[in-house]
Write a protein that binds this ligand. Structure first.
Ligand code: SF4
Length: 255
């Protein structure tokens, strides 16, 4: 595997025009199905399409009750958490704190005291509701919508695409299509015509995301402090590029 620094150089050298060519060739138009914003049944890793019926009369989750669903997990960078909180405050007219936007990425965490997560993790995930859906996802008349659309994280702006570089994050599930370094993941909007302008906008975001993911990974690696977990006294510690934080986003100060 290349070093993260070498991969970062490759990400910075990506040709946005070539990425746009690849996206145009694969084709994509968002159908607003909500699949990338919602929890999913274990045998349906693409998410729960909008308007699908529920098996459980006590919930309005699509495709089954909360017990049947894995929560949505989308990586969000620390500055994006703050941007989404600001956008949500404007949208809803109430205060949004870190925990309303993000939670520790659950992979690798265990259950600690009072059922709260414990252990170390290296990413934030968008917060989810009881259905396992992103808390900013809403459905109206069979159409899904993001209520923080203009401030949505890069991972949301670029779904269902990724670039095949080590150290970048890949959406869940195998790639279903590929063109050059661009990978496309499960999505019902793939294969549809896309305008050159939209392909170029998506390509620019895809390149920005690859660079940001690698910068974040380098920041996490360089800021790792094994003593932070002791200071967190059994609670979860999230190491992001700004340093170790508690689950509510509070920085864990050094000794
Ligand atoms: S922030 Fe918006 S686009 Fe991203 S998962 Fe949530 S609802 Fe979907």
């Amino acid at each position: 595997m290349e070093s993260l620094e070498a991969e970062l150089e490759r990400a910075r050298d990506l040709d946005a025009d070539e990425l746009a060519d690849a996206i145009e060739s694969i084709g994509f138009e968002c159908t607003r199905c909500g699949g990338c914003c919602t929890g999913y049944a274990p045998d349906e890793p693409g998410g729960a399409p909008v308007g699908e019926g529920t098996d459980d009369p006590d919930t309005d989750c699509h495709g089954g009750g909360p017990d049947d669903r894995e929560p949505h997990t989308a990586t969000v960078f620390p500055d994006e958490v703050r941007a989404v909180a600001d956008a949500a405050e404007s949208e809803y007219g109430e205060s949004y704190d870190w925990r309303d936007v993000a939670r520790p990425m659950p992979f690798g965490l265990s259950e600690g005291k009072d059922g709260e997560p414990a252990g170390e993790t290296f990413e934030w995930a968008l917060a989810t509701d009881d259905c396992g859906d992103c808390t900013f996802y809403e459905e109206t008349d069979g159409q899904g919508a993001c209520t923080v659309h203009d401030a949505r994280p890069l991972i949301c702006r670029t779904y269902p695409f990724s670039v095949a570089l080590d150290g970048t994050s890949q959406p869940m599930g195998e790639a279903v299509d590929a063109e050059g370094v661009v990978r496309a993941h499960e999505c019902e909007g793939l294969g549809r015509d896309i305008s050159r302008a939209d392909a170029e906008e998506l390509a620019a975001s895809l390149k920005e995301r690859a660079v940001r993911e690698l910068e974040e990974a380098i920041g996490v690696r360089d800021g790792y402090d094994p003593t932070a977990a002791e200071r967190a006294a059994g609670d979860a510690v999230v190491f992001d590029s700004e340093g170790p934080k508690e689950a509510d986003g509070t920085p864990i100060d050094g000794d």
